[in-house]
Design a protein around this ligand. Structure first.
Ligand SMILES: *[C@@H]1O[C@H](CO)[C@@H](O)[C@H](O)[C@H]1NC(C)=O
Ligand SMILES: *[C@@H]1O[C@H](CO)[C@@H](O)[C@H](O)[C@H]1NC(C)=O
Ligand SMILES: *[C@@H]1O[C@H](CO)[C@@H](O)[C@H](O)[C@H]1NC(C)=O
Length: 269
């Protein structure tokens, strides 16, 4: 975060969209101080002889990850997938923990068409070892209030760092963006005509159009005033259009609690 404040001349974090427009990457951002976000998760799928980063996520319990429901497309049972914790640079991986995924719990009302309820829980096969490199990010506690337009928030991910690339960033990047009035997103023409912007979403971006999440950033956290506030959900390849984030509203926090609670009563820990 400090690093971010010092570097106003941010790199270009773009939200890199997959062909279906989903996915986000950091455009116009900069490299995160290594391991300053120990809760960051890389969700990966085996393709062409190696695991490739597909989506971000956040470790909320030692064996639970919160991400975006649209990331499910990378995790269907025909694909080998894993989560990587404790990473900064994928090519220098001494601090990483790799864990399998036991269960996917997408929000039951997630819609690919409207992109509503783009939130998903992943239960891991084993609990992560909490250490200097791997730690939890707390979910908001108590009653959550709407985030005021103008609030500066950080979004982080290993997504593409420029709109012309399709390769994930080797290092974790972050960018600061501004929350905008939801009306701006409602009035924006996105390439997905079926998209419905609701109050359970946050609209955020760079008024100058230089900073954005991009392909590969999907599922990662939006952090406002040091609090976990949203999930990277939707954007398009034009950074001038604000990105859309799933807002960790009271509705979703109740769903998470219920989903984890049901799980806890079923199994012993
Ligand atoms: C670490 O990275 C090297 C080089 O990319 C790779 O060969 C190795 O499998 C990786 N190890 C883990 C645990 O991911
Ligand atoms: C999903 O939508 C149905 C119908 O609107 C509603 O009754 C249900 O509570 C929703 N589920 C969740 C988990 O929000
Ligand atoms: C965004 O994608 C559209 C359609 O694929 C393309 O025509 C346009 O040039 C792209 N814009 C940028 C900034 O890459």
């Amino acid at each position: 975060m400090k690093l971010l404040q010092n570097s106003l001349l941010v790199s270009f974090i773009a939200i890199f969209l997959t062909p279906a427009y989903y996915g986000e990457e950091i455009i116009g951002g900069h490299v995160v101080k290594p391991h300053s976000m120990p809760y960051m998760v890389s969700i990966q799928t085996f393709e062409e002889d190696q695991y490739k980063h597909k989506c971000g996520g956040v470790l909320i319990k030692a064996n639970w990850v919160l991400t975006a429901a649209h990331c499910k497309r990378y995790l269907d049972t025909s694909k080998m997938s894993q989560v990587v914790l404790g990473a900064h640079s994928f090519s220098q991986n001494e601090t990483e923990q790799t864990l399998g995924i036991a269960r996917l719990i997408p929000h039951p009302n997630f819609s690919r068409e409207t992109v509503e309820n783009d939130i998903m829980l992943l239960k891991l096969k084993k609990s992560a070892k909490i250490n200097k490199y791997v730690n939890l990010l707390k979910l908001p506690q108590g009653e959550v209030k709407d985030v005021k337009p103008g609030t500066c928030c950080t979004v982080a991910g290993w997504g593409i760092t420029n709109a012309n690339s399709e390769t994930a960033s080797d290092t974790l990047q972050e960018v600061i963006i501004k929350v905008m009035d939801l009306k701006i997103c409602k009035a924006t023409k996105y390439p997905k005509p079926t998209l419905v912007v609701t109050k359970d979403m946050i609209c955020a971006g760079d008024p100058k159009g230089k900073k954005d999440a991009s392909m590969g950033d999907s599922g990662g956290p939006l952090i406002c005033k040091k609090k976990y506030t949203g999930i990277v959900s939707y954007g398009d390849n034009e950074t001038i259009k604000p990105g859309i984030y799933t807002f960790l509203s009271n509705k979703y926090l109740a769903w998470i609690k219920k989903s984890l609670g049901a799980d806890l009563t079923k199994e012993r820990y």
